[in-house]
Design a protein around this ligand. Structure first.
Ligand SMILES: NC(=O)c1ccc[n+]([C@@H]2O[C@H](COP(=O)([O-])OP(=O)(O)OC[C@H]3O[C@@H](n4cnc5c(N)ncnc54)[C@H](OP(=O)(O)O)[C@@H]3O)[C@@H](O)[C@H]2O)c1
Length: 216
């Protein structure tokens, strides 16, 4: 039975990752700040992990070979990051969205390597420089652009593993809002298909949930 570790698993995309991989028979380690009844019903191993705690993130071990890491947890951060007062919140956004996924991947590398596994991070098109035609959401956008650089660097440092950034689409979650065109079921089904099909040549790629390349 393959093993997945996924962060931010109590709701939204993380919860749907757990649901679909459990349905497919996977052993799932689900990390959360606080669990939810929905998650508790899915038969995953639920563990507490606050992604803003760098020491806790670096101490994470699966305890077995890990076929797949999905670093999914993320935060929008402050809507405006225009002054000294919001600088702290902007930094907090980087801690959760950029630094924590990288530290987590580094911590889990030996166990991922033992399984010949894959390292996936949930990024966003909003981190794309080329795609940024409307501006705004500076903290979120910049943290995800930096995340892409970190993950690409991770891919180059670990050529024997597959490290990929995924854009899930604009999805109906608390972050995406109810007017988003894509359901969590569709997004996760799409990302699972993309993940299944990943080959060594894909390492370092930035792909959307339908397998299309997202511009940097
Ligand atoms: N929905 C979209 O349209 C969309 C589009 C592009 C990318 N994304 C990305 O998809 C990922 C999942 O987002 P979502 O749409 O599922 O949003 P969501 O429903 O708001 O869920 C966010 C998840 O991240 C967790 N999280 C936030 N801060 C955390 C921290 N410090 N430590 C641990 N967990 C933390 C949340 O846990 P708590 O309940 O404890 O806050 C929650 O589980 C994010 O990385 C997001 O950037 C989403």
């Amino acid at each position: 039975m393959p093993t997945l570790l996924v962060t931010g698993a109590n709701r939204g995309l993380g919860l749907e990752f757990v649901r679909q991989y459990r349905e497919a028979g996977w052993d799932v380690i689900a990390t959360v700040r606080e669990s939810s009844p929905e998650l508790e019903s899915l038969g995953a191993e639920v563990r507490t992990l606050d992604m803003s705690d760098a020491a806790a993130v670096s101490a994470v071990r699966a305890g077995r070979p890990l076929d797949l890491l999905i670093a999914n947890a993320g935060t929008y951060g402050p809507r405006d990051a225009e002054d000294a007062e919001s600088a702290g919140e902007w930094l907090d956004t980087f801690a959760v969205n950029t630094i924590a996924p990288y530290l987590l991947a580094k911590a889990l590398l030996p166990e991922v390597r033992a399984a010949g596994g894959k390292l996936v991070v949930v990024s966003t098109r909003m981190g794309s420089l080329e795609d940024n035609s409307s501006g705004g959401f500076l903290a979120y956008r910049s943290s995800k652009t930096a995340l892409n650089m970190a993950w690409k660097t991770l891919a180059l440092a670990n050529p024997d593993l597959v490290c990929v950034m995924l854009h899930p689409g604009w999805v109906q979650t608390r972050m995406g809002g109810q007017s988003a065109p894509v359901t969590p079921e569709q997004s996760i089904a799409g990302m699972r298909k993309v993940i299944d099909g990943l080959a060594p040549k894909d390492s370092g790629a930035f792909l959307d949930y339908e397998g299309n390349t997202v511009p940097w």
